[in-house]
Write a protein that binds this ligand. Sequence first.
Ligand code: HSE
Length: 345
Amino acid sequence: MEYKLALIGFGNVARSLAKLFLRKEEALKAQGITFSFTGISTGRHGFAVNPAGLDIRKALELVESGQSINSLTTYHSPITNSLDVINHSAADVMFENSPVNTQTGQPALDHIRAALNLGMHAITANKGPVVHGYRELTALAKSKGRQFKFESTVMGGAPIFSVFRQTFPLAELSSIMGIFNATTNIILSRMEEGESYEDAVKYCQSIGVAETDPTNDVDGWDAAIKVAALVTVLMDTPITPQQVNPTGIRGVTSEMIAQAKAEGKRYKLVCAAEKVDGKVTASVAPQLVDASSPLYGMMNSSTGITLRTDVILDYSITLSEKPGMKGGPVETAYGLFADFVTAAQ
Ligand code: HSE
């Protein structure tokens, strides 16, 4: 079957996704899947709609050289926003990768509602719509015979949601614990090596791992929305990042880190949630850990999660540190790609 694809948001992750589709074209064909891109919405480089399939290589080239993609549009009326792209792209699948809004989930929520209502699968790396609309969007997708998928929202492309939902039948998740934000882990690791907080933040911006607004990382909001997404979906208890009420790493000074190091300890931005008698408590806060903790050895960009269930006690997934990593958009893109392939299958 041929799938028409719309990309809402065309930043690092979405462009990596487009390149991954091109790289995997033959492998997809072997699965009976062909594709074309019929709509693209960018933040700063315009909009393009061509229901017959637009030139994706040209779109990548234009955006990567700072030019607008408007010239690729063949549609007869003006396309001036993301909803126009969704409405006129005749797509079968919409990938939502607009910037995260931790407070309301908008405008991603509206994009996903529109796509599902038009009978598209909706796949996102955006955590906002998961924490602010999981139940609604899942029900809407079901009513349309389509899927709402979001594997890339936590730990990049590493499967967490699908691992739990597909391979732990009838298990009850009692707690999660881990490091979910790479930026703060890199900052704390580099401060331990003597770098200043300011320089470590700049380093994270330079490799593209920090959020557009790095206060979302350092104040714990990126971690909190990931905790909220996991709790909302896997513990079936909707909570918001505001309810997680995170404490970030600004209060952890170089002196505190040096003192901890002298005692064989480290500060980590620990994400945790627990469900006891149906009631969930969740937190994000810096904590001192020693070598007995599985978090102690997770340095720099490595992240990890431990799931505790009523049947299998502690099941851990770790994404190792990537030397010289450039923010991991390829991994995140793979999560979106994997969601597409499973939806198509
Ligand atoms: N800013 C995020 C992090 C990117 O540092 O983990 C991935 O969600």
